[in-house]
Design a protein around this ligand. Structure first.
Ligand SMILES: [Zn+2]
Length: 459
């Protein structure tokens, strides 16, 4: 470890090498440039191998601490994906993948790890070898590791796809039964997902067993072919997409679908045709014009009922402050309008740094047991994994108001590293300056984070 520290110091700080990488030598020949690109690629591979070893050491040490502290072994890994992910400036989900990758490389695929260390096998290629051997016994996995990662000349001549196919072929040869069993197990992972696309569009996708997936697609295509033959002037793609929505929701046109998405917009944008972008919960900013069209479609399709008006009032941003109306509660749990408010304030996305998973729990930043209140400022939306992680020993979270007046959740991990996550900006206002009092006292500063409640910061 001392040696690794010394190398990192010499590369990154003492000599300023990282900064010098930004100013490449103008006097290089093109051949030297290509050589330098290759050498830097070697360096990246070797660095990811070092990260894998460090990650595995970190996880082993944390597990030992958790066991020594009498923690239930079932919960020993909670909080580890967050810490590893954040160190990479990545989500806890990716942190979990990197932990799993590190464990396999260090304990089960030594030749692959050695190839990375020597710089000729990238992390992406190593991940393919790990993935394709995941269903094998340890002995078979070691065989693939030795045969493929032990043969530099062969591996270096393979494209990424060829390498993946080669690992698949070897795995199927060594243990056909395991590969078939894995295919069966994969069916259990079938799911539907959604992710934002440009231009106020989204991708809705489904991971399905091949037979059902192909059948679903063929049914839509057959419908579109019939429509085209009957003279419908929509394109085949449009017909398929419209029918996809119609069959899933049971209504014929998009405008008839009751809007159950959270939409936040200012009164100026709604009533005075101001072009301040609106915000769709879980998606992000959309143009005001588009949001107005959505509302008009919805109102026309449903008739203007009391439900719709109440819904609009609830999601309205305040005319002058631009803040959503926040409600305080005497309850210990976040429910109803307050939970809804927090979901919108946090954009429908887990509040933890870099996370990006959908909100599953509305949580007290400062625990109720520690005197935390059930109020807007002390609430945050978290995904399931992040909610459990913050209950692990050595974790602490608090709310601070940063110099821009934003609501910031500050998380300190057991290693003493601190990560800050500001609430996303709401439409219609840049963050207002915080008007709570800031009191300097000997040794620090007290900031009023909600009426009468101060956060103390040591100077
Ligand atoms: Zn999360």
């Amino acid at each position: 470890m001392l040696e690794i520290s010394a190398i990192i110091r010499s590369v990154a700080t003492t000599t300023g090498s990282l900064a010098r990488l930004g100013t490449p030598d103008e006097n290089l020949t093109d051949a030297e440039r290509i050589d330098a690109i290759r050498r830097l690629d070697d360096l990246k591979a070797a660095a990811t191998a070092a990260q894998a070893r460090l990650t595995d050491g970190f996880v082993a040490s944390q597990r030992e601490r958790h066991l020594a502290a009498g923690r239930n072994p079932r919960h020993q890994d909670e909080g580890l994906p967050q810490q590893v992910g954040w160190a990479h400036r990545e989500s806890p989900h990716r942190g979990g993948q990197l932990i799993a990758l590190a464990r396999v490389l260090v304990h089960e695929m030594p030749a692959t790890l050695a190839a990375m260390t020597e710089g000729w096998l990238s992390q992406r290629r190593a991940e393919a070898l790990v993935r394709e051997t995941a269903c094998l016994s340890l002995d078979d996995r070691r065989t693939v590791d030795r045969v493929l990662a032990g043969d530099r000349a062969r591996i270096e001549s393979l494209s990424y796809r060829q390498l993946e196919a080669e690992a698949k072929r070897l795995a199927a040869t060594l243990d056909a039964e395991a590969v078939v069993a894995r295919a069966r197990k994969a069916e259990a992972d079938r799911r539907v997902s959604i992710r934002p696309a440009p231009d106020t569009m989204v991708w809705v996708g489904a991971l399905l067993p091949v037979k059902q997936g192909v059948a679903a697609y063929a049914a839509l295509k057959a419908y579109a072919d019939r429509g085209r033959a009957d003279g419908d002037d929509r394109s085949q793609h449009q017909l398929m997409a419209d029918e996809f929505v119609a069959r899933l929701t049971g209504v014929k046109t998009a405008g008839q679908i009751p809007v159950t998405v959270g939409l936040v917009m200012t009164d100026r944008a709604l009533l005075h045709r101001d072009d301040e972008p609106a915000e769709i919960e879980g998606y992000g900013p959309v143009p005001a014009e588009w949001a107005r069209d959505l509302l008009v479609d919805t109102l026309e399709a449903q008739g203007v009922g009391d439900d719709v008006l109440a819904w609009m009032r609830r999601l309205y941003t305040h005319p002058t402050t631009g803040e959503l109306v926040s409600m305080d509660s005497v309850q210990r749990a976040f429910t109803g309008a307050l939970a809804r408010y927090l979901g919108l304030r946090d954009g429908g996305i887990c509040r933890n740094a870099f996370c990006g998973a959908p909100i599953r729990h509305v949580d007290h930043v400062r625990r109720v047991a520690d005197g935390g209140a059930t109020t807007g400022p002390n609430g945050q939306g978290l995904c399931e994994a992040c909610n459990y992680a913050k209950e692990a020993p050595g974790w602490s979270t608090r709310v601070v108001i940063d110099h821009l007046g934003r609501h910031v959740v500050e998380t300190t991990t057991p290693t003493g590293h601190t990560y800050r996550s500001p609430a996303p900006a709401l439409p219609g206002h840049s963050p207002p300056p915080w008007r709570g009092r800031v009191v300097e006292f000997e040794g620090g500063i007290a900031r009023e984070v909600e009426p009468g409640v101060y956060e103390l910061t040591a100077a």
